[in-house]
Design a protein around this ligand. Structure first.
Ligand code: ADP
Ligand code: MG
Length: 318
């Protein structure tokens, strides 16, 4: 399996990029993957987190990109560090605050681009703007586009009462990750431990987010495999085409393509991800997570289709 390259980015600061990067690196490491986390930010928050918290075995690098030099330098530097890291670990996660001086082509280096965003209108508008300026990357027909995962972060139950995602027109194909909840406990984990170990609703929401990243990876890899199979089927077909009846070849091709496009739809991944979930009321009492309030418990354990439906209906409290 080739190295899975993840970019965690947004143009805004304070949305949770470094928190997501450091904790996702720890989460995937605990899943048994070898992981490198490259911190491209001047503040170095994600690299500081991982180097000061109990060592979980993530390889940590901090490289500051020469963004003021313009031209191709920043992208060449980033590509070099990324490719070096990718040659020695199974997962590379990059934490980067995006600026307009970075060439959008950099995103093609990645399999998955995670864009954390809070659900306030002002941030959703900024996120939609950022994504629409990079629509050509995510909808590219020339290069293989990275999978885009929009992740609602620092989410408070009361913010979810409004109709955020349905009102907001995100102009690109994207997947929506389960929300990561806002909690004082998450702030307190900085340099001390990892969100995945929090025994509260925020911890549960982070673990669910981690699972959705694994599902996105699985999904992308099976789509890739199907494309490879479709291509080899096409090669076989072209060499044997004269022996085949044209209609049969057409049907076969359509079936393959249909399966591939179904796999890459945003809901199938989330549907698959949710199938593995156990509802808290189905858990034996001793395994039930320790959850703060019944309201946040429901949000953190909510399925994505449910989450979207509730948001669009404006009812997050039931
Ligand atoms: N889920 C969360 N709950 C509470 N506070 C959070 C959460 N995620 C991030 N924060 C806090 O928000 C601030 C910004 O987070 P950070 O990860 O540094 O964002 P960015 O890297 O996008 O600037 C930090 O103080 C951090 O502790
Ligand atoms: Mg940061």
């Amino acid at each position: 399996m080739s190295t899975f390259k993840i970019l965690v980015t947004s143009q805004k600061g304070g949305v949770g990029k470094s928190t997501v990067s450091a904790n996702l690196a720890a989460y995937l490491r605990r899943q048994g993957q070898t992981v490198t986390m490259i911190d491209f930010d001047t503040h170095g928050s994600s690299s500081t987190w991982l180097t000061r918290a109990p060592n979980i075995g993530v390889v940590v690098q901090h490289h500051i990109l020469p963004l003021d030099q313009g031209g191709n330098r920043p992208i060449l530097d980033a590509r070099l560090h990324l490719r070096r890291a990718a040659s020695s670990t199974e997962v590379v996660i990059c934490d980067l605050t995006w600026t307009d001086s970075i060439a959008g082509e950099l995103m093609f280096e990645f399999d998955l681009v995670i864009v954390p965003t809070s659900v306030s209108e002002i941030e959703l508008t900024a996120t939609a703007g950022f994504l629409s300026r990079h629509r050509w990357v995510f909808d590219s027909a020339i290069h293989t586009p990275p999978t885009l995962l929009v992740c609602p972060t620092r989410v408070q139950p009361e913010q979810l009462k409004s109709d955020v995602f349905s009102k907001q027109r995100f102009p690109v194909s994207f997947m929506l990750a389960p929300p990561i909840l806002e909690a004082q406990t998450a702030r307190e984990m900085f340099e001390r431990g990892y969100l995945m170990d929090l025994q509260d609703a925020c911890g549960a929401s982070f673990n669910e987010f981690g699972q959705s990243v694994c599902a996105a990876r699985e999904m992308r890899e099976s789509a890739k495999e199907m494309r490879t199979n479709a291509n080899s089927a096409r090669v076989v077909r072209s060499s044997t085409f004269t022996e085949m009846n044209g209609t049969a070849a057409g049907v076969k091709r359509n079936n393959l393509l249909t399966t591939t496009s179904t796999l890459s739809s945003q809901y199938s991944i989330l549907g698959r991800h949710r199938k593995q979930q156990i509802r808290p009321d189905e858990m034996p009492a001793k395994q039930a997570p320790h959850i703060g309030s019944p309201q946040t418990a429901q949000i953190s354990t909510m399925s994505i289709p449910q989450f979207l439906k509730r948001i669009s209906m404006g009812v997050m409290s039931k």
